[in-house]
Design a protein around this ligand. Structure first.
Ligand code: DX5
Ligand code: ZN
Length: 230
């Protein structure tokens, strides 16, 4: 997996049909998704519960490309091995999830997985300053984590700009998570993001038996970025 800053759309299966995850993963990839974003929530770090490593392992054979696992859980460390064994390509942990994010990121890489660090909307860019040489991705939450379909928080665009400058030439992706649609995607792409997570904006209007809307929705986000000058 070589590093590049080209635009990548990562649909979040949080907005998929929970009874059909395998087919949904296949459908979004067939319809143009670059990565598959997997939102793990524990009802403790965030006020919602989704699923754990067993579900990640079950969907893995249905994903040809990147499985991007976003852990909204605390603690993180006891579960890293299980998510690595489930076949994660990226494991992202929150800087707010505990006092030892540095150790957590070391453990993710030691497990042979690319490491991401996520920041909640209230956390400044400086929180990751001393972590940039040990991560493969910084995820900027543009909603408060826990639910799909929330409104994009515009103040985060400036944070993306700051992070892009801090990252410089390092091979570190900037991922945006929350409220991404064809109107907000160009704003964050222009600020320096290259991975755009989108849940509701990708899955709306479609289903496992009618997947064409997924493709149209992914294309609308991609085209908005590629054609908008902001
Ligand atoms: C929020 C999750 C997001 C979410 C995005 O806690 O981390 O990945 O699914 O959903 P939308 O795109 O609907 O805001
Ligand atoms: Zn997410």
């Amino acid at each position: 997996m070589s590093f590049d800053r080209s635009l990548k759309i990562a649909p979040s299966i949080l907005s998929a049909d929970f009874a059909n995850f395998g087919a949904e993963c296949e459908a979004i990839e067939a319809e143009g998704a670059d990565w598959v974003h997997v939102d793990v929530m524990d009802g403790h770090f965030v006020p919602n519960i989704t699923f754990g490593p067993a579900t990640c392992a079950a969907i893995r054979p249905h994903i040809k490309g990147i499985m991007d696992v976003h852990l909204m859980i605390a603690p993180v460390d006891p579960y890293i091995e299980a998510f690595a064994e489930a076949g994660s390509d990226f494991i992202t942990a929150h800087v707010e999830a505990g006092p030892h994010i540095h150790r957590t990121l070391q453990a993710i890489r030691a497990a042979g997985v690319k490491a991401g660090v996520a920041l909640n909307p209230g956390t400044p860019a400086s929180a990751v300053e001393y972590l940039l040489d040990m991560v493969d991705m910084v995820c900027v939450m543009t909603v408060n984590p826990g639910f799909g379909g929330q409104k994009f928080i515009h103040s985060q665009i400036d944070k993306v700009r700051q992070l892009r400058a801090m990252i410089g030439d390092r091979p570190v992706h900037i991922e945006i998570d929350g409220g991404v649609d064809p109107t907000t995607a160009p704003l964050v792409a222009k600020a320096g993001a290259d991975v755009l997570v989108a849940g509701s904006a990708v899955f709306r209007g479609g289903s496992v038996t009618n997947t064409a809307p997924y493709g149209a929705n992914i294309k609308a986000i991609r085209d908005a970025v590629l054609t908008t000058t902001v």
